[in-house]
Design a protein around this ligand. Structure first.
Ligand SMILES: [Zn+2]
Length: 71
């Protein structure tokens, strides 16, 4: 199952949550239950965001984004 990382804008708490489908609603903060949260991307995924992404780097980044172990 896909696990996404979120950050609470109210208390800056970072937490992970399972996302079963492309639901629009983010899971509330695990610390203060606030819904004012943002979804974080994996470190390898935010590289070259906006910059001219070449297919070579794109493929490498995509590979880095894949979780290890499979599922
Ligand atoms: Zn919070």
């Amino acid at each position: 199952m896909p696990i996404y990382e979120y950050q609470c804008l109210d208390c800056d708490n970072q937490y992970e949550a399972l996302v079963f489908s492309s639901d629009e609603s983010e899971p509330p903060c695990s610390q203060c239950q606030s819904v004012n949260v943002i979804k974080l991307m994996s470190a390898g995924c935010i590289l070259n965001s906006g910059a001219g992404a070449s297919s070579d780097i794109g493929a490498s980044a995509a590979s880095a984004c894949r979780p290890t172990g499979g599922g």
